[in-house]
Unconditional design. Sequence first.
Length: 403
Amino acid sequence: MTKMSPEKRRFFFAAMVISMLQMAMFAPTPGIQKISTEQFTDRSLADIQAAMMLPSIVSLIASIVSSFLISRRILSKKACVVIGTGLIGLTGVVVFFLHDSFWQLQLFSILIGAGMGFLVAPLSSIIFDQFNEEERRMSMGTQSAFINGGAIILSVGGGLLAQTVWYGGYMMMLLAVPLVFVALKYIPRDITAEPDPAGTPKKKWHIPAAVFFYGVVSMLNALINNVCGTNISTHLDNASLGNTATAGVATAIQMAGGVVMGLFFNRISAKLKDFAIPLAFVLYAVGFILISVGTFSLVVVLLGVFFAGMAMSLLVPQVLFGTSNCVSVENSAVATALVNSVMPGIGGYLSPIVFTNLTEAIRPGSTVFRFAFVGGVALLAAAAVAFVAYLRLKRGRAGQAGV
């Protein structure tokens, strides 16, 4: 950090503050139970969850659009960050005027998703372009702490406001408005890729195979992680352990686990490298089992969500750091969109569709079973990813030995 130039340092802090918006979809989740039982009573819980997880699929589409616009040089990465931040802020304004119909709930999700799609991947891509390897590792861990810190503010604030009005969580999006001006002032202009020497064929667009590995891991992470956010409110209510505000606190505790892990990420990542990913899935399994069996005690449930938060904050920055080491200025925008938006968007959207419907078919109405089931899936994911990481490490060593 001390080796950074003043311009890089200002960008670093601006990027960290703006990153606090990356969990914007967490703000309304503490109010899911209230939305389901008091506002849209004609809709099933799965319908409500799917509508509130729309940001996942919309951000997927928006990230593809933003990466296309960047690659065609229609928009710069900085412009995408500004647009994305602005769309999230716009949600906080619109909600004051439109809050009576189910389609408006879907509209809020679309605005948030579009904002995330234009913000998340381009901002990470700028970090990849601006910093060296040591700075990137430090940035990924610190960014994870800020993302989770922002989620604490958003979820606690959203939970408290949702006690007053069902759309209270969406009012937290107003925090994005001043950050638009932060982005305009402190996000640097794009670094232009060096042109090919005269007479040489133009480089074809290429994404390394490792990026697709990290993309699949990101999808699995979103598939598993979103179960906590979309079910904790109902789980606490079923167990008579709290209300909407308690669900907001639980989400905040989850993010606190992310903050703690973000502070230690540098050391863990440097030692375990990609084997930090299966460790994260094991932490998910431990956390979800604690949530499942902890219906007798709020403390046990909160400990479980803390472990889930640690898992997310270990896995996501490791995936981003690994991606940053295998891309260049030419393909960083597309690769980052794939790993940080497209694949997580697919996983996040499919999460309630797959796990809620599947567990409802096996054991209707039981969030205890749902968390236990997904905990088992997390253990299987840990084993599979550990095996693939071992094969990649072995192949890498064989390649070095052959040089």
